[in-house]
Design a protein around this ligand. Structure first.
Ligand code: F6R
Length: 608
């Protein structure tokens, strides 16, 4: 999704903007641009290629001397990726430039009005109306003009604005799109997320909906939606710059896979005390947990898949119904929520627009909102009654890996914690699960050693057109995520099927040589899965199976087996997904795909 950066200070702005934009590249984009005030004029550079192109044409930004500027990576929504549609957009009189992340829903009405006023439009974007609207309202006071303009906007926006009439001031506004201000020793910064800022400062101010930031080289003032100055808390970012860099790996995705054991350790270890799960500062009372009659989990994409894994686990341990809903569907179908329901929201970025909207819907219906989030201070974290953080550190690759496994870890811990309070599961089982959880990182470490084997297998299959993932119960939940990982980064068509469903249609797609990844670690249903493997093998499929070490039987039927260390079935997905992430990575690598930034995808999906 679009990313915005901005800087005002005592050094050249362009190198800072380009560096920030490069760090936001992971969010996904198709064009980019910067605008810097230099000698009383705007210096605007745009590209429909990579940020590197902007760096090349500006000598890494060094050729532009101005010390105030804004920058943008665009993920097209209104109008194709093109030079004209790339931000920054400039007002008709050439005096104001604007970058925008979000969607202005009423832009057509405003555009008609501005055209009637004589404004000429050069782009197809919704953003251009903002630049003209600020010009229309400008009467010598930029703050007042911005305030009047944003009061007219409906939809979502984070804006960075600079003007030639106030060349020492960077304005920023937020409404439903993420925006952070960084306070540095040599100037002040804005960014869509902390990765754009952490190289320069760790002091961040999280801007809330409706607020306006007014920044100069040595001052930062904040105003609420009524235009009244407010004091804002300065938070210290606890991510290091190394965590947001590749650190010797060719791709962020592999770096993040290799970080999974440590991310799991950091997420789990502090929450186990004397053999029991403990969540610091949880507002959800034990009494409330005791009386919960239903859990609703809502999320998107991979985060939704962790919800499916949790459903299997929670229903087993808590013996209450658990519904898992795609956040993009949840709010459009009159969901049944009451005060005996607990709503769990899952999001790595904490900024996914659909998930945030589902949260608001559930909150409006009176539910207690417990979120599982990776990014501290993100919109979802702030809007929730309770947050349990996944301490995974920054996740840059578009395809989530450590985000996924740490979300699972938190869900596992919450399941055990709630079962203990509800007294709905055997204490011995809960104790075993806690002890397995504390070893989960070591098991994942073991699985990482399968990299060479998985790379060889991937070489063999990287030209496939279509792959099937099958499994039952927890293996089925994992199959969904394995299949998503493969298709999103390798562009190979892939489907996940509950193995028992094959006969209801899909088996007609099996033909000689078709790769079927059969997940076979859920041992209670291993015999049944084995029958499904036989069905596809007899139709010519090539079966790559997973199994726990020691399962010799599977070798009789599967063409290749990935052996994994044994883990409790309720905690299975956190271990079994690792080889599937690695397999997807190598397939994509051998195919020559852009692993970290797959086409058309964005890391942080901040539009609906
Ligand atoms: C897939 C992937 C996405 C995200 C989804 C939700 O690899 O990363 O499916 O899981 O867009 O994102 P968050 O967790 O940030 O809400």
């Amino acid at each position: 999704m679009c990313g915005i950066v901005g800087f005002v200070g005592n050094k050249k702005a362009a190198p800072v903007l380009l560096d920030g934009l490069e760090r936001l590249e992971y969010r996904g984009y198709d064009s980019a641009g910067i605008s810097v005030i230099e000698n009383g004029k705007f210096k605007i550079e745009k590209t429909v290629e990579r940020i590197k192109n902007l760096k090349d044409i500006t000598n890494n930004g060094e050729d532009i001397t101005g010390t105030i500027g804004i920058g943008h990576t665009r993920w097209a929504t209104h109008g194709a990726p093109s030079f004209e549609n790339a931000h920054p957009h400039i007002s008709a009189n050439g005096k104001i430039t604007v970058v925008h992340n979000g969607i202005i829903e009423n832009y057509m009405d405003i555009k008609s009005e501005l055209i009637a006023d004589g404004f000429k439009f050069v782009s197809e974007t919704d953003t251009e109306v903002i630049a003209h609207l600020i010009q229309k309202y400008y009467n010598g006071d930029m703050f007042d003009a911005i305030k009047k303009a944003v009061d007219r906007l409906e939809g979502s926006y984070a804006l960075g604005i600079i003007s030639l009439d106030k060349p020492d001031t960077l304005f920023a506004v937020r409404h439903f799109s993420p925006l952070i201000v960084g306070l540095g020793p040599d100037g002040n910064y804005i960014g869509s997320d902390v990765t754009a800022l952490i190289k320069y400062t760790k002091n961040a101010v999280y801007i809330e909906d409706g607020e306006i930031a007014v920044l100069t080289a040595d001052s930062a003032k904040f105003y609420n939606k009524d235009g009244k100055e407010i004091k804002k808390e300065v938070s210290v970012i606890n991510w290091s710059i190394d965590a947001a860099e590749k650190g010797g790996y060719d791709h962020f995705m592999m770096k993040e896979i290799m970080e999974e054991p440590e991310a799991l350790r950091k997420t789990i270890e502090p929450r186990i005390k004397n053999g029991e799960i403990y969540f610091e500062g949880l507002k959800l009372s034990k009494d409330k947990i005791k009386h919960i009659k239903r859990i609703v989990i809502t999320a998107c994409g991979s985060a939704y898949h962790t919800g499916i894994c949790a459903k299997y686990m929670f229903e087993e341990l808590l013996r209450i119904p658990v519904d898992v809903d795609l956040a993009s569907e949840f709010r459009y179908r009159n969901p049944i929520i009451d005060n005996e329901s607990l709503v769990i929201i899952i999001s790595q970025s904490g900024e996914t627009a659909d998930t945030l909207a589902a949260l608001k819907e559930a909150k409006a219906r009176g539910a207690h909102i417990l979120s599982i989030v990776n990014v501290v201070g993100s919109s979802i974290a702030k809007a929730s009654d309770d947050v349990i953080y996944t301490w995974a550190g920054p996740e840059i690759a578009v395809a989530t890996t450590k985000g996924y496994t740490t979300q699972l870890a938190v869900l596992y811990m919450f399941g055990i914690y709630a079962a203990k309070i509800k007294e709905s599961a055997d204490n011995k089982l809960l104790g075993e699960l806690v002890s397995e959880l504390s070893n989960l990182n070591k098991k994942v470490e073991e699985v990482l050693e399968l990299k060479p084997k998985l790379s060889d297998l991937a070489k063999k299959f990287c030209q496939e057109q279509q792959v099937f993932f099958i499994g039952r119960n927890m293996d089925y939940a994992t199959a969904m995520e394995g299949s998503l990982k493969l298709k999103e980064i390798s562009y190979i068509g892939s489907e996940a099927y509950a193995a028992g469903e094959l006969k209801h249609g899909t088996i007609s797609l099996i033909e000689p040589g078709r790769l079927v990844v059969a997940l076979n670690c859920y041992e209670d249903l291993s015999d049944k899965l084995m029958s499904n493997i036989k069905e596809v093998v007899s139709r010519g499929a090539f079966v790559l199976a997973t199994a726990f070490t020691g399962n010799e039987e599977i070798k009789k039927y599967a063409n290749e087996v990935i052996y994994l260390p044994k883990v409790h079935p309720l905690l299975l997905s956190a271990v079994e997904i690792i080889p599937l992430q690695i397999f997807a990575y190598y397939i994509s690598l051998h195919k020559g795909c852009d692993i970290d930034k797959p086409r058309n995808l964005a890391k942080s999906v901040t539009v609906e």
